[in-house]
Ligand binder design. Structure first.
Ligand SMILES: C[S@@+](CC[C@H](N)C(=O)[O-])C[C@H]1O[C@@H](n2cnc3c(N)ncnc32)[C@H](O)[C@@H]1O
Length: 218
């Protein structure tokens, strides 16, 4: 397994194809992923974080021991890999508002002491303010019309100054017909008003009409 420039993310080539991995905290798998000598395969077609790495984002802004606020954790697929990256002394606060997916997320969090499930609406960060500390990284993947607003709201409330945050943006949730590139331009301007936008990568064809923004809180 070879280290990549992204902390906690490894790669291996099988034939002509590159595969991504994280070192599993506990040797367990949760989503039927491949486990090779203690490393879990991160599928970039299931994870926008993985897709951003394949698309050569400048950095993931995330490292060991980080405290992370994860908005839109769903069943915990990508969140479980973030849990591997931050390790036992890090924490991943996993927010999702769908009781159906949080039921499954809870099973993953029961196995992982560094993952905390929070059933809440990310548009209302005040509702979980008493359960989340200041964090080193905010990750947002909610695929909702209000994705930029709620991302910025949470960043302002929870992110430590100079720390990093990542928005996985679904253009079709903002406008189903507009050219996604036009949407990315508008979003970049909105983010730039509050944050330093460090890297922007389009995820096509791994995730159609999605773009990831890596930013730093000023
Ligand atoms: C695209 S899925 C996330 C996939 C996940 N990030 C992964 O990579 O494994 C989007 C998730 O965001 C959640 N979501 C959407 N709007 C939300 C909101 N306002 N507050 C909390 N969760 C929200 C949905 O319930 C859904 O589970």
């Amino acid at each position: 397994m070879d280290e990549t420039k992204y902390p906690g993310i490894y790669e291996n080539w099988f034939g002509k194809k590159k595969f991504l991995f994280t070192k599993s905290l506990d040797g367990k798998i949760f989503f039927g992923e491949k486990l090779i000598e203690g490393y879990r395969e991160l599928d970039p077609t299931r994870s926008k974080l993985g897709a951003a790495v394949i698309k050569k984002i400048s950095s993931i802004g995330l490292k060991e021991n980080n405290l992370v606020l994860y908005l839109g954790a769903s069943h915990g697929y990508t969140a479980s890999f973030v849990s591997d990256i931050v390790g036992k002394r890090g924490i991943v606060y996993c927010v999702d508002f769908s009781p159906r997916v949080v039921m499954q997320l809870v099973f993953v969090c029961e196995e992982r002491e560094n993952m905390i499930p929070i059933l809440a609406d990310a548009r209302k960060p005040l509702s979980y303010q008493n359960r989340v500390t200041k964090v080193d990284f905010v990750y947002c993947d909610v695929a909702q019309r209000e994705q930029v607003d709620l991302f910025l709201k949470n960043v302002k409330m929870f992110l430590k100054p100079k720390s990093y945050c990542m928005l996985a943006l679904k253009a079709r949730s903002i406008d189903a017909v507009k050219n996604p590139r036009k949407i990315y331009e508008v979003v970049k301007k909105e983010l730039s008003a509050e944050l330093r936008v460090l890297s922007v990568v389009e995820l096509d064809p791994l995730e159609k009409d999605h773009c990831v923004f890596l930013c730093q809180y000023k």
